[in-house]
Design a protein around this ligand. Structure first.
Ligand code: PEP
Ligand code: MG
Length: 573
């Protein structure tokens, strides 16, 4: 960053937009971007461009260093991360890759261009081979970036190996980078870009990792320096003092105390509100199965498809869904079909030239361009249902019309899905919720996208977070009309967007008539606590107050004013 960057001296506070309520202290590990260098950049030895033999020696050393460091990381990692790292190390150690690069250099090609050229040939070969090899293309590109950095003496790019619990800091992280993090050592995530309802922030929240996005100056934080990340206060503090450390420890203890209440979700007067978890993988299902949730309200299956060059097979998908259903042992599981596109592009499904991807072929609309993706996924879900004897609820994302809801319901019923629903995340669907509910068994409100489309505000633009707020009365109005349609038809209307994880907003949602709230598992205890300490009547008064307010801020203040003072103090409202 340049001269306008905030100070990173001890005690300096960098603000951003927090996700979740967690607070931690730990050392900074910076994620380095891939080096961007001209293809003819020479290798330097003692500050001068190297001659042929010296370039040869530098490249030999670069191949050896990259392979050894990846192998070393693989040796320390576990599970799928270890497998990916081992396969990547093998690519860096591949004699064919090395000899072809050296041959090009011997023929007079600059080293960066030679590495890029050879890796591109391998990428094409892998893509043409399909299957497992095609899935390794991203790893090949990462080997190329590491080789270029090593040859030019630059820091290794990408998410570095985390040897101790660390605060991962990046300019931005793709959802796939976040999904690949070595979780055991990630204390928190801080990014300069991104928005609080972007998918990276959501994945972090789901994993219970405190996250702050839109932190100007974050990439200037010194490597290894200690910072406090307080997602509830939206602040990263450099070299925190004892008082702040003690406050964060105390807060963590209070959160743990809330988590000891495992009663089913209900208001103070016993009106039931199912509290469910959002997940993205079978591992998440196994993790949340150990917590007091009534099931899963949103399984974001696109996480299985990210970073792959081809779609996973029916068998691969069925294995994952079977594992997730089995882990939940008969508790409700709502699986959402593939929601690719916009900020979750898939190499094999998303057109690269869409000018407005958030308004383009995303979510259920993929049925127009890649119908086989939907049918394969439904077949895999049917197989998982057969294997476990557990019937998942299945819903489609990004439904705009009742006709789309009808088509999806037909396709799902045809393979034996018993309970079919759709997401309401486009204003058109909220406005026509009654017609949509006539076609399906339930709907679930995706308030992240509903806010994005209602307010015409890109959910990745953190600087517009005020417009994107689910407290905007226009967004609450659409939630209210959907809930009314649920009451009129006697069908469940849940919320699975991030707004369900805000304990204060959860009270408004209950008051509007929402029947279930699905969120990151870590957010459930505070929501359960808030709901348990207010009657349905109070929640309804809160909903009326929010709907009557003239702005998002006024709506929130009006609801805080009606909240129980003890809860207000405990949750810092
Ligand atoms: C939403 O839009 O609120 C939602 C739950 O879906 P996603 O965040 O995955 O787009
Ligand atoms: Mg959505």
């Amino acid at each position: 960053m340049t001269g306008t960057a905030p100070s990173v001296d001890a005690g300096a506070r960098l603000s951003g937009v927090g996700v979740g309520r967690g607070g931690v202290v730990g050392p900074v590990v910076q994620v380095r971007p891939a080096p961007v260098v001209p293809a003819d950049t020479p290798v330097l030895v003692d500050g001068a461009p190297a001659d042929g033999p010296a370039t040869h020696a530098v490249l030999d050393a670069a191949f050896a260093t990259v392979a050894a460091s990846l192998q070393e990381q693989a040796g320390r990692a576990e599970g799928s991360l270890a497998e990916v790292l081992t396969a990547t190390a093998q690519m860096a150690a591949d004699p064919a890759l090395r000899s072809q690069v050296l041959a090009r250099v011997d023929g007079g090609e600059p080293p960066v261009s030679a590495i890029d050229g050879v890796v591109s040939t391998f990428v094409t070969m892998f893509e043409q081979a399909g299957g497992y090899l095609a899935e390794r293309v991203t790893d090949l590109r990462s080997v190329r970036d590491r080789l270029v950095a090593a040859a030019l003496g630059l820091p290794a790019p990408g998410v570095p190996e985390l040897r101790v619990p660390s605060v991962v800091v990046a300019r931005d992280l793709a959802p796939a980078d976040t999904a690949a993090l070595d979780l055991a050592n990630v204390l928190a995530i801080v990014t300069e870009l991104g928005g609080p309802t972007g998918h990276t922030a959501i994945i972090a929240g789901q994993l219970g990792i405190p996250c702050i996005v839109r932190v100007a100056g974050a990439t200037d934080l010194p490597e290894g320096g200690e910072v406090a990340v307080d997602a509830a206060a939206n602040v990263v503090t450099v070299a925190p003092d004892e008082a702040l450390r003690a406050e964060l420890v105390e807060r963590a203890q209070a959160e743990r105390a809330l988590a000891s209440d495992t009663a089913a979700g209900a208001t103070a007067d016993g009106h039931p509100v199912a509290l469910l978890a959002n997940i993205g993988t079978a591992e998440d299902a196994e993790r949340v199965a150990g917590t007091a949730v009534e099931g899963v309200g949103l399984f974001r299956t696109e996480v299985l498809f990210l970073e792959r060059a081809t779609a996973p097979s029916v068998e691969d998908q069925a294995a994952t869904y079977t594992r997730a259903l089995a882990a939940l042992g008969g508790r409700k599981v709502v699986v959402r079909t593939l929601d690719a596109g916009a900020d979750k592009p898939l190499a094999f499904a998303t057109a690269a030239d869409e000018e407005n991807p958030a308004l383009g072929v995303r979510g259920y609309r993929l049925v127009r361009t890649h119908p086989e993706l939907i049918t394969t996924q439904l077949a895999a879900l049917a197989a998982a249902q057969e294997a476990t004897g557990v019937a998942p609820w299945v819903m489609a994302p990004m439904i705009a019309t009742a006709a789309e809801a009808r088509d999806f319901a037909q396709a799902a019923h045809a393979v034996g899905v018993k309970t079919v629903g759709v997401m309401v995340e486009i204003p058109a669907a909220a406005l026509r919720a009654e017609q949509i509910l006539a076609e399906v068994d339930f709907v679930s409100l995706g308030t992240n996208d509903l806010a994005q489309y209602t307010m015409a505000t890109d959910r990745l633009r953190g600087e517009l977070a005020d417009l994107l707020s689910a407290w905007q009365p226009a967004v609450i109005e659409l939630v209210a009309s959907t809930a009314r349609a649920g009451k009129a038809t006697g069908k469940p209307v849940g919320v699975c967007g991030e707004s369900a994880s805000d304990p204060l907003m959860a009270l408004v949602l209950v008051g509007l008539g929402i029947t279930s709230l699905s969120m990151a598992a870590g957010a459930v205890p505070a929501v359960r606590y808030a709901v348990r300490h207010h009657t349905l009547d109070t929640c309804q008064q809160m909903a009326d107050a929010a709907l009557a307010a003239g702005s998002a801020e006024a709506a929130r203040s009006a609801v805080v004013a009606l909240a129980d003072p003890q809860v207000r103090a405990a949750l810092g409202w």
